[in-house]
Design a protein around this ligand. Structure first.
Ligand code: AMP
Ligand code: GLY
Length: 420
């Protein structure tokens, strides 16, 4: 059994470590992987967005399954290309990945099928967008580029000036390229945020353990938005009653809506939810595993991940009972100093063992390189240090104890993960 995982971050490392535990005992390849992943998989220097290259790599190595994890190759249609080449692939096809690839599509889908979300309008003309924002005159207001924008396409504008700047940089300066041809202007919602990843084969939707991301760079939710500085699972705000309500009002209707639209979704669907005083609402959909949510969710998965992926592909998820560990997991991300803005790479990371791990925790590598017998930082987010415990407090204590043993120049991490 040979599996190829596409991507090179902490999420991919978590998927790979879980697949390694499969009873099928697979050999694992990764395109392109990173320093830490190279200790768990054979890394092949092919970019995650290189569709031809990945198809070629899968053919040459005769892999049985390709797992496509990042948003851009999914939205570009990598799964379709693999299937056309006769290669089995886990992940939504291009038509289904549009649920993340276009905010206009996802908002219109929710409106059409009565799935609770923030009130919004779509614009393809900056002057019309600004006229609408002026007329509404409620701040903060939320401005979103339609397409993918490296996780930076959402602006929460606190003043008319900030709104004007956002509209002009997205629609006129095209800071996100064609992703800014259209924008969504939407109502600002408040409440705790919950991430729910779910396996779905377009018939059944099986939510995983809930989680909470910490997006801001600094303690107390201060500083710029990042790709995520840490996560906990389960999310303490997400009660059993809320889970049932989300299943009824959001998860099942979304799967049915995608089927109605002729875009059946098979893979992992990410629901970014906000628990407002009017009930749970969808903030965003992602067509993939979340990063760093995966680094706390998969460690709690008891069932063989490969079995689940196969059941999703073969549309027999209904036959599988997916089991979860009790207790909690926490992941603290260590970033390069300066991230998400400018940072330096190439600093030696100390405190890790020869395999890039350390006792008492699981270290997922997000942005590292391994050379000359050393790990060095090679990206903004560098490591995700995960620990499990009977309680959240225990998981956090173990995770922070491990983090304190790791060092590299200018490294930065939040000290308040899971303390909200
Ligand atoms: P995203 O980059 O799509 O993950 O969005 C970044 C963050 O923006 C989300 O995690 C929310 O915290 C925030 N956000 C997005 N839409 C809204 C909204 N309508 N109201 C309040 N916050 C929002
Ligand atoms: N953690 C948020 C995301 O994966 O988009």
């Amino acid at each position: 059994m040979k599996i190829l995982v596409v991507g090179g971050g902490g999420r991919e490392h978590a998927v790979i470590k879980k697949l390694k535990q499969s009873s099928a005992n697979p050999a694992i390849y990764c395109c392109p992987g990173n320093g830490g992943i190279s200790k768990d998989a054979v890394c092949v220097p092919v970019k995650a967005t290189d569709i031809e290259g990945v198809v070629q790599c899968a053919k040459e190595r005769q892999v049985d399954l390709v797992v496509v994890t990042p948003d851009d190759p999914l939205v570009l249609g990598m799964v379709d290309a693999l299937q056309q080449a006769g290669i089995r692939a886990f992940g939504p096809n291009k038509a289904a990945a549009l649920i993340e690839g276009s905010k206009v599509f996802s908002k219109d889908l929710m409106k059409k099928y009565n799935i609770p979300t923030a009130k919004y309008e779509v614009f393809d003309d900056p002057a019309a967008a600004l006229a609408y924002i002026e007329k509404e005159n409620t701040y903060p207001t939320v401005i979103k580029a339609d397409g993918l924008a490296l996780g930076k396409g959402v602006v929460i504008a606190a003043t008319p000036e900030e709104a004007k700047d956002a509209v002009s940089s997205i629609m006129e300066d095209k800071i996100f390229g064609a992703s800014g041809n259209q924008i969504v202007v939407e109502e600002f919602l408040t409440g705790p945020e919950v991430s729910v990843l779910a396996f779905t084969d377009a018939h059944v939707v099986a939510p995983m353990v809930s989680s909470m991301d910490h997006k801001r760079a600094y303690d107390g939710d201060k500083g710029p938005n990042t790709g995520g500085m840490g996560t906990i699972a389960p999310n303490p705000h997400y009660t059993e009653a809320l889970a049932e309500r989300c299943m009824r009002e959001i998860f099942v209707p979304t799967i049915e809506a995608m089927n109605q639209e002729g875009r059946p979704f098979k893979g992992c669907l990410y629901f970014g939810l906000m628990l407002t005083k009017d009930g749970p609402k969808v903030i965003e959909y992602n067509c993939r595993f979340g990063d760093p949510e995966t680094q706390v969710v998969l460690p709690l998965l008891k069932t063989d991940l490969l079995d689940i992926m196969n059941a999703v592909i073969d549309e027999r998820l209904a036959e599988l009972a997916i089991e979860w560990e009790t207790g909690a997991a926490a992941c603290v991300c260590i970033a390069s100093g300066g991230y998400p803005k400018k940072y330096q790479t190439g600093y030696e990371i100390t405190g890790l063992d020869a395999n890039g791990g350390l006792p008492g925790a699981t270290v997922y590598h997000a942005g590292t390189r391994f050379a000359d017998g050393k790990f060095v930082n090679a990206g903004g987010r560098v490591l995700g240090v995960t620990a499990r415990g009977e309680t959240l407090d225990e998981a956090l204590a173990k995770s922070y104890a491990a983090v304190e043993r790791i060092h590299f120049q200018d490294m930065h991490y939040r000290r308040d993960i899971g303390r909200k």
